[in-house]
Write a protein that binds this ligand. Structure first.
Ligand code: FES
Ligand code: FES
Length: 917
């Protein structure tokens, strides 16, 4: 950071930090969080909102938790502050930290310092708290990753002394509940996120953004602006961008880095100012010389589709981005054979990713190369997009991912990357940018709002005969991942069921909103709300239990999907449902008994199912992973797969370790850096465990073969698993029976694995092999509804997931628990409204108090293509939750909700209408 340390200034504010006396020179009204981070270098304290909403900045002030972003420096004079850096003593982790590591309670880790400090406050006052007391103490800290359950369990564990769990031995890593290989720095505050390691000499950048949904604009006298704003060195406009268009698809580069003449959404950047940090912090965007001419915006699907609607992009007739679909059989004639038909329309809203770490990063130029340090999910795509807009070759761009404080799809599009890169390229100095929370929420992608019409029919025995789904999505002003959503949804739209006659369609429409992009599931969660409501309705109509109806129709190995793909193996929905059957019977019975008591509180149990194709849709989807060993026998995994909290750095190490035959603790890790690792694709579509995992397995096998060759072993000997390998005193040691070979390597060796899952492009009817494998899942939600207030509380979730093989059960559970709580948010509370919910107090995400108890049931129907049978679980955790909750609400109240989130006023109205029928 570029503020001088001021520990010895005479008139500074004195206080103690982590037992050490310090003096800080900032103004007395400075935020303590800024002082800790910028003056004292204690970047373990995180800033997620700067408004008291997220709790990431929680520290202890005289032993009590406070938000450091709301605490003025003057308030801490002569007092004592404890930050996360002060928890470990003499190099030994505190029990709390060890418990978090053992439980997998830190995923991305950005909330972890705040969580730890809030828990430390509690445990100091109450060494033996119960679960409710823990939840109460953590209530002010938001976590977007974990679903809170493992955090609460970790705090309860820390009531007693906790030893770190030992890493598994060689050959036993896969399937072990191993701690994260990159976990400890997230617990001690030493992990460096996008805002944590900005060079002291960096200039800062701030974007000027449109306050209008749609407006033409003209930028005024920039020379006069610069003269009036000392400290601001440069202004960037569209004219400075060599190639002013980026986008996910090679043939759709429709989003400008800086808008030229017309802003197409509220929050779109039209310029950027660069200068000394103090000048940029002082800068008021209202002082920027720009004249706006607001125009009538196209907002919402109806406006986008209306005849004569203004075009959001001039070359996109009818505002239509993409129209995709799947046809199989003949639904038009099949309806006549149906004993029951259900049909309805469902709507969803914009949903914000709300990762706790806003976008942040910095760039510097080195000769003809540019280096960008940034929080991202996709370093290689960032590299290519940055190169494109700067007019450079990709090899001239280096992306160095920082620790990533959550992504969920929202950090798959570039945000600050091209801006800081362009700034550094043009000024020749490092340039940094940290988005404010409102800026992050206003300008980055969201989950696509959807309107989905569904019609399904079955015979009298409950066998599905036909399904038609028409899904329309609001894709915002630019394409982003809209084409992915519009093609993925029709494939998944009939759900994980055998439906012989199918017509599905997905369309994405441009509007004057922020782009809709990737968000955990690529539209499949919206589609699941529709197909699962149809399953409930059909089951009810033919008088069949809702779980049994799904079990009868579940896709199984040997079945053919709507795209004509035969599922050869690993289709475990039926097993998931069988595992849930006793929970289902008990929950439905308990709810019925509860409701017989009468009163305003009603309980219900619902079930939701899903399937999810792992990886890109009908596209090449490769990963390359390398593992190297130095002549001194130091082992390093070089992984281009970015760990955004889901744990792929750990699982890839586990897989590679077992393939190679060495223990996972022998591995060092180099992750993400595009100069040092090969392209392992993006962290999305639940693909890293399956695709990069397979590449890691192949890399481990490749290095094992080379090690045996270097030891002079006969051809094929490397496959003999009776050999025990170890690294001892700079040598590779091979043991078998009573014989030991110690080999000193003469040169470094590297193993490489490459995997591209086999798919086949779709034809005009959507027939093909879009994915090499699918995850399956079913969840039960039990809810309690206050029918007078319209509020819904989710009491518990039973989640059965076919993951192929749980490479690390802690992390699999963490994905399911975190996904389910995000699904709860989708169902009950999250609705992003441009201009109205651009912060974390108006946009609500689940707190620890909203999170239900979640029971994970792991089904392992192995996928032969995957590493040790694994598939993926990142997105599947979320997809069935909202449908299960909506089914449960209907069970409790009789009202079927057709719009999410189920806000109290919507539910009250639906209950009223249901009662009036
Ligand atoms: S940064 Fe202080 S509460 Fe969010
Ligand atoms: S681990 Fe809590 S926000 Fe990521």
């Amino acid at each position: 950071m570029n503020r001088p340390r001021a520990e010895f200034l005479v008139d500074a504010v004195g206080f103690r930090v982590n037992g050490r006396k310090v003096r800080a020179a900032s103004r007395r009204d400075s935020r303590l969080a800024d002082v800790l981070r910028d003056e004292l270098g204690l970047t373990g304290t995180k800033i997620g909102c700067n408004a008291g909403d997220c709790g990431a900045c929680t520290v202890l002030l005289d032993g009590r938790q406070v938000c450091a972003c709301l605490t003025a420096l003057g308030q801490v004079e002569d007092r004592s502050v404890l930050t996360v850096e002060g928890l470990a003593q003499e190099g030994r982790l505190a029990d709390l930290q060890a418990a978090f590591q053992n439980r997998g309670a830190a995923q991305c880790g950005i909330c972890t310092p705040g969580m730890l400090m809030a828990a430390a406050d509690l445990l100091a006052r109450n060494p033996d708290p119960d679960e409710a007391e823990v939840e109460d103490a953590l209530g002010g800290v938001l976590c977007r990753c974990t679903g809170y359950q493992k955090i609460v369990q970790a705090v309860l564990d820390a009531r007693r002394s906790v030893a770190l769990r030992r890493a598994p031995p060689a050959g036993a890593a896969v399937g072990a509940r191993a701690g994260k290989v990159d976990g400890i720095p997230r617990l001690t505050g030493s992990a460096r996120y996008g805002a944590d390691a900005i060079p002291a000499d960096a200039l800062w950048l701030r974007a000027v953004r449109s306050p209008h949904h749609r407006a033409r604009f003209r930028i005024g006298d920039l020379d006069a602006f610069l003269r009036a704003h000392p400290g601001i060195e440069r202004v960037l406009t569209a004219a400075d961008v060599p190639s002013n268009g980026f986008g996910i698809y090679p043939n759709i580069k429709d989003q400008p880095v800086l808008a030229a003449g017309e802003a197409r959404f509220r929050g779109e950047a039209i310029a950027a100012v660069i200068g000394a940090r103090e000048a940029i912090e002082r800068f008021d965007p209202a002082a920027f010389p720009v004249t706006w001419k607001p125009l009538e915006p196209v907002l919402g699907l109806d406006a986008a589709m209306a005849a004569g609607a203004p075009l959001v992009q001039a070359d996109k007739p009818g505002n239509l981005l993409l129209d995709g679909g799947v046809r199989r059989g003949d639904p038009a004639s099949a309806w006549r054979r149906c004993a029951a038909i259900a049909e309805d329309t469902f709507e969803t809203s914009f949903v914000e990713h709300a990762y706790i770490e806003p976008e942040a990063g910095w760039a510097r130029r080195s000769g003809d190369r540019i280096e960008v340090h940034v929080s991202t999910q996709t370093p290689y795509m960032d590299r290519d997009e940055t190169a494109l807009v700067l007019g450079l070759k990709p090899a001239h761009v280096r992306i160095v991912p920082t620790a990533c404080g959550g992504g969920f799809g929202g950090k798959l599009d570039v945000a600050a990357q091209p801006l800081v890169a362009l700034g550094a390229w043009l000024t020749g100095k490092p340039v940094a940018c940290i988005y404010t929370r409102p800026e992050s929420m206003a300008s980055t992608t969201k989950r696509h709002p959807a309107r989905i019409h569904a019609k399904f029919g079955c015979d009298a025995a409950g066998r599905l005969i036909a399904g038609e789904v028409d899904a329309q999505f609001d894709t915002g002003a630019y394409a982003s991942w809209g084409p992915t959503v519009a093609t993925r949804v029709p494939i998944h739209a009939t759900g994980p069921y055998l439906v012989p006659n199918v017509r599905t369609r997905g369309r994405a429409w441009f509007t004057h909103c922020h782009p809709s992009g990737a968000f955990r599931g690529f539209g499949v969660p919206q589609g699941a709300i529709a197909h699962e409501a149809m399953m409930d309705a059909l089951a009810d109509r033919i008088g069949m239990d809702r779980l049994e109806f799904r079990h009868r129709n579940a896709l199984r190995a040997g079945d053919t999907t709507a795209t004509g793909q035969r599922l050869e193996h690993s289709a475990g929905l039926a097993q998931c449902l069988e595992a849930l059957r006793p929970h289902w019977k008990r929950a439905r019975g308990e709810c019925a008994a509860f409701n017989r008591r009468g009163g305003a509180l009603r309980r219900g149990a619902g079930i939701g199912c899903m399937w999810y194709g792992i990886g890109n849709t009908a596209l090449s989807n490769p990963s390359t992973i390398r593992v190297g060993i130095s002549p001194e026998a130091r082992l390093t995994l070089y992984s281009g797969a970015v760990d955004i909290g889901q744990g792929c750095s750990t699982t890839l190490t586990q897989v590679c370790a077992d393939a190679l035959g060495l223990p996972m603790q022998d591995f060092a890790l180099v992750a993400g850096d595009t100069d040092l690792t090969a392209d392992a694709g993006k962290t999305s579509a639940s693909r890293q465990a399956f695709v990069s995992g397979k590449a890691a397995e192949l890399a481990g096998l490749d290095l094992r073969r080379k090690l045996f060759a270097a030891a002079g072993a006969p051809e094929g000997e490397w496959q003999d698993r009776r050999y025990r390998l170890s690294l001892e005193a700079g040598k590779v040691v091979f043991r078998r029976g009573g014989i030991t070979h110690r080999v000193k390597l003469r040169k470094a060796l590297a193993g490489e694995g490459h995997f591209d899952p086999p798919t086949r492009p779709s034809d005009a009817d959507g027939q093909g092999v879009p994915y090499a494998t699918y995850a399956f899942a079913a969840q039960i939600a039990v809810v309690e509804v206050d029918v007078e207030l319209g509020t819904t509380r989710v009491l518990r979730i039973h989640a059965a997931h076919d993951v192929g093989r749980a490479l690390n059960p802690i992390q699999v559970e963490g994905q399911i628990e975190g996904g389910a709580v995000q699904g709860l948010g989708l169902a009950l509370m999250e609705e992003y409204v441009p201009g109205r919910t651009e912060n974390l107090h108006d946009y609500l995400i689940p707190t620890v108090g909203d999170a239900p108890r979640i029971e994970c049931i792991l089904i392992e129907d192995p996928e032969p293509l995957g590493p040790y049978g694994a598939k993926g679980v990142g997105e599947p955790g979320l997809i069935p939750t909202a449908p299960a909750i909506l089914g449960a609400i209907e069970h409790a109240t009789g009202a079927r909700m057709r719009r999410v989130p189920v806000l109290p006023h919507r539910l009250r109205e639906a209950i009223r209408r249901h009662a009036a029928r």
